[in-house]
Write a protein that binds this ligand. Sequence first.
Ligand code: PLP
Length: 557
Amino acid sequence: MMNSSDPATVSTKRLVADWTALMRTFIQPEDAATRRRLLKYMEQILFGLQNFLQDHVGITEAVSLLDLANRHMNSQIPEMPEKKLADVITDLIEDIAPHAVNVASPYFVGHMTSAIPFFMIHLKTIVAALNQNAVKVETSKVVSVVEKQVLARLHRLTFGKEAAFYREHVQSVHTTLGSFVEDGTLANLTALWVARNRLLAAADTPVDIEADGLAAAFRKAGIARCVVLVSRMAHYSLQKAAGILGIGHRNVIPIDTDAAYRLDMISLKRTVADLHRNAPDTRVLAVVGIAGTTETGSVDPLAALAALCREHHIHFHVDAAWGGPTLMSPRYRHLLSGIAAADSVTIDGHKQFYMPMACGMVLFNDPAAMDCVAYHARYINRPGSVDLGIKSLSGSREAVSLILDSALNIMGSRGYALLIDHGVGLAAALATVIQGHPDLELTSPPALNILTYRWCPADLDPRCDGITPEERARRIDILNGLNERVQRLQREAGKSFVSRTTLRLPAFPDHETVVLRCVLMNPLTTMDILKEIIDEQQSLVVRILSKGAAGLAGAQT
Ligand SMILES: *Cc1c(COP(=O)(O)O)cnc(C)c1O
């Protein structure tokens, strides 16, 4: 008998694509050696996730992206099989994973992608195994009703309507409380899609914008332009949405923010009044409030926005892609008060619901809101069916609702609240450290669990009195270069990661100031770890400044 555990035997036998081999790929690993290798890694992934990630992912910094690109230049599909499953698995774990990013590290505090509970991998595996297609009931059956249930759970969290409302709508085939989509970008797109269609349908014309197109709808309604009003801190997905919907992203009008990067109501009211007075053929398609801006975590004044929208009959969308789950925290949910008066709300599952990539959701206050984006086909999505594809931007899609529904049962809102409270508490504590540090400047106060700051040694501080405008401009440039360089060198060193962006600081509204950004969502991140990250940056600052101009050279990346 062939010794199948001998690696030489495994790899020298010529592989062929024949019917027998093909049949096996649908049923089981090709041999005992493959099975063992599969089990070895799966055991680590399924039962020792943190250690697995620590040991295998993102451990090689020496190889540049260019080198990696050069290793992946093969544009040909092999005619005959080149590798056994065992070898592919080994490649993925030994050659690919080391060059991926360990987003689960407690030292990785730069982005909205972080550690996830280990059970998410199990749930994801089960969902993959079932391979349901949520587009229609014929390929998903129970998934369709689970999805409606979990949308009702989130709707209730967000809008808090009476129990009778949910009894009526949770499984109604005629109404829908929201929709799952790929991500927050498509959730925002869906919200504006509905807002656009409702606005143009309300103009009392028989024109159907989906059927006749935007130009016909504009003509019939006697308007020339639609605009979306949102703070200048808006996520760029709103611009994409405006582009796709034919609104034009120049018509996403940025509204000024206050010193804490929240939308400024006075500027918004002025803009609305200006449009009324000076642009009679322009309509406001939607006002968007952000509950947790991507860059600073700021929350717009949602209640005031809701009141303004009600007064002017404007669709009020809340982009709570980041901050939505804050509603589960009794301590911090008041920060989002006013959200229940929104017409639509975006929430991302892969952010603070700690789901695996990717899961976007959009909820509608009015269960009939999505009627204006309904589509039917002859073979599926027939009128009156439960098919979720009728009112959905996506076609075929994964049954991610099973993951979220299960996760809510495992964690409870209390579990999620602990995560939220940990992040917000950590951000506040870090802000205190930054404010007490002579060389650091807090550039945005943490409303939620995101904050920004920058290195600003006293002898380079552009805010100090008695310097010429030229000197001030010079210092601003130096600090931008310094902060860019610190961020890049720290990332390249490979242990810690904070991100960077630019803000218009109230003190220098005409300049884009480079700031460092921390997103604190990993429950394994501690204050000690954050202090280590700051200490590492401090030594980089010292090193860079000791080299003078040369230290700052090459900062423009
Ligand atoms: C993350 C985010 C989005 C959308 O992000 P996706 O990457 O498409 O999921 C939208 N708005 C805000 C405020 C966000 O933070």
